[in-house]
Design a protein around this ligand. Structure first.
Ligand code: ADP
Ligand code: MG
Ligand code: ZN
Length: 615
């Protein structure tokens, strides 16, 4: 806007100057007379000379006076004089000087009056157009990628040191870093560097972080855009954003383009999943076109991240596109320790804090969960005005991250408390008495998130493989709450619903995915994406007959009912232990591991569970 008004001002100023100049030229110190006076003077012979220029006539009288007049520009002076009946002889004494109207004075006089209004109109139109553009600036910028660019040498640079664990992924990416740092070394040997690297891993495993770390390590610019940002309400925007992004990146090569959550645009085309979305398909096509359109060695590397590689369009995974795939595993205990250390860096920890124990207590946590855990600990400490974060607050944060914040405000009536106490005791007792179940860390009847109470079981180690007998015991533990309610109150509350969901899902997986049913044998039923471990299953392709479907149902039913029978038997056989634990829970609401084993007064079925560190 500022520059527009300046332009307008300049334009008007120029007009004024031209006008003034024009006026000055025309201003004549001579006397203005009409044509008949001149004719009269010619008749009288008082004129010495006449200068004709177009329509203007300038005459000098014998006495030196200068007069000025105009005639019709189309008629010559002689015609005019003749028309007035002036004697031709009179003219002989007069010096007539005809300068044809070629001076720029003349042209200005002819053209300016015609052109000026036009110029003004154009100026106005131009002015309004400019203004409209200013208002619609955003609309005009839709086609731009909107990618956030992180310059090299940025202040908040992330390097591999900020990423703990994921050792294999880092190793694979080191090669990319090498290439970005020193492309010639590779091209000299005729090596082709992959154009595309696809980072795969569950949410929170550090995909985004790792991509930034690659850029930081290589010290190259980093263009970051999220898949969903390509798709806006206007059709065609996505494709033009892709074009813009690649054009920008090519200019600053070597660099990294990072498309986060690429599944938002990279879904299999025409799969009907999420509706056939034309805009998305066009965007995806454009990405494919751009990736084919540059040579692998010109220094642009496209990285993308997803937690749903199973839904990606096969075209994206074809050689020459994202042919390098890097899997980020969930952290194991040592990784967790390292990650926790990274996030403990600028937090003052109390003397009693043991990062190793925190790592032991957090199997299944991702990097993001662990970051969250340290952060929650710091927040809790700040709220209590403690200068250093103590261990017990960090342990409390584990549960907060796992289950949501405690809801002490939710007041349960006496009946609800009693049912909850027996329900949780049911889970805990069954877990305690089954050899393959994970040991109990904590039992509580304080509501957390949506659960009325909770029983924390923690595997003693990270286990990659689990067996059928583990799962059979797990189902019994899951149904322990339900069994307790039924055995003790002869009634069922809604508190058991999520337990049942979990148990059913586990039984279904055992039967259909893991070949753990004798009747159905070692095959899978239903095609899920090839990587169920990375995300939830959305769709299932049924690849079995109706007869098999009946058997599947029967087998699931059997696993569930066997589990329930096991749980009920344990609960009825140890009714006194149930009462002891439940009573204590009603008094103090929470039992830690040691208190629980002391109260229950029974040896654990798995002696290994006794030797676990108790903190
Ligand atoms: P994703 O993109 O895989 O969902 P992010 O990269 O966004 O996960 O991770 C979220 C946050 O969790 C990161 O900003 C980082 O602070 C933390 N984090 C995740 N993984 C790690 C790791 N391996 N090392 C250190 N911090 C991590
Ligand atoms: Mg991410
Ligand atoms: Zn339960």
């Amino acid at each position: 806007m500022n520059s527009t008004s300046k332009n307008i001002f300049l334009f008007v100023a120029a007009l004024v100057i031209v006008g003034v100049v024009f006026a000055t030229i025309n201003v004549n110190p001579t006397k203005r007379v009409d044509i008949s006076t001149i004719i009269q003077d010619v008749q009288n012979g008082t004129i010495k000379s006449i200068t004709v220029n177009g329509a203007s006539i300038k005459a000098t009288l014998n006495n030196g006076t200068k007069v000025d007049s105009t005639k019709e520009s189309t008629e010559s002076l002689s015609t005019v004089l003749k028309n007035y009946g002036v004697d031709a002889k009179k003219m002989r004494n007069i010096k007539v000087d005809v300068t044809e109207g070629t001076g720029w004075n003349y042209w200005l006089g002819v053209i300016l009056p015609n052109v000026l209004p036009l110029l003004l109109i154009f100026a106005l139109i131009w002015f309004f157009l400019r203004q409209m553009q200013g208002q619609n600036n955003k609309a005009m910028m839709f086609g731009q990628s909107g990618a956030r660019e992180i310059q090299k040498d940025a202040k908040d640079k992330v390097t591999f040191n900020d990423v703990a664990g994921v050792a294999t992924a880092k190793e694979e990416l080191t090669e990319i870093v090498e290439f970005l740092k020193n492309p010639n070394k590779f091209t000299a040997l005729g090596a082709k560097i992959p154009k595309g690297v696809l980072l795969m891993g569950s949410p929170g495993t550090g995909k985004t972080l790792l991509a930034r770390a690659v850029a930081g390590e290589a010290n190259v610019p980093f263009f970051h855009i999220s898949g969903s940002e390509f798709v806006e309400m206007f059709v065609g925007v996505g494709a033009s954003r892709v074009r813009d992004l690649f054009a920008k990146a090519k200019k600053s090569a070597p660099c990294i383009i990072f498309i986060d959550e690429i599944d938002a645009v990279g879904r299999q085309r025409g799969s009907g999943l999420g509706g056939s979305h034309d805009e998305r398909e066009q965007t995806l096509n454009q990405i494919l076109v751009e990736m084919d359109g540059f040579e692998p060695n010109n220094g642009v590397i496209v990285m993308a991240a997803t937690n749903r590689p199973d839904v990606l369009d096969p075209a994206l995974l074809r050689p020459g596109r994202f042919d390098r795939r890097v899997v980020l595993d969930p952290p194991d205990i040592n990784d967790r320790e390292q990650i926790l250390k990274i996030h403990a860096k600028n937090k003052p920890l109390a003397k009693d804090v043991s990062i190793r124990i925190l790592a032991e207590r957090t199997p299944g946590f991702t990097g993001a969960d662990l970051m969250n855990l340290m952060n929650e600990g710091a927040i809790l400490a700040a709220r209590k005005n403690i200068k250093e974060i103590p261990m017990h607050l960090l342990l409390e944060s584990i549960e907060k991250v796992l289950l949501g914040p405690e809801r002490r405000s939710h007041v349960m009536n006496e009946d609800e408390r009693k049912v909850t106490a027996y329900h949780e005791t049911g889970h805990a007792l069954v877990a305690h008495l089954l050899p393959h179940a994970d040991p109990i860390q904590k039992v509580s009847i304080i509501s957390r998130g949506r659960a009325a109470g909770y029983t924390l079981k923690m595997p003693t180690e990270d286990r990659l493989m689990r067996s059928k007998s583990d799962y059979i015991d797990d189902i019994a533990v899951m149904l322990g709450g339900y069994a307790a309610e039924q055995e003790i109150f002869h009634d069922i509350t809604t508190g058991a619903s999520s337990d049942m969901q979990q148990a059913t899902q586990l039984a279904r997986n055992m039967v259909t995915q893991w070949g753990m049913s004798d009747k159905l044998g070692p095959r899978t039923y239903g095609q899920h994406g090839d990587m169920i471990f990375l995300g939830r299953e959305i769709h299932e392709n049924r690849d079995y007959s109706d007869n098999k479907a009946v058997v599947i149902d029967e087998e699931i039913d059997k696993l569930i009912s066997d589990g329930l029978i096991t749980a009920k038997k344990l609960i009825t056989n140890h009714r006194d232990a149930m009462d002891r634990v439940a009573d204590k829970l009603l008094v103090q609401e929470t039992l830690e591991r040691r208190e629980f084993t002391d109260t229950i007064g029974l040896p654990p079925a798995n002696p290994k569970n006794l030797m676990q560190p108790n903190t």
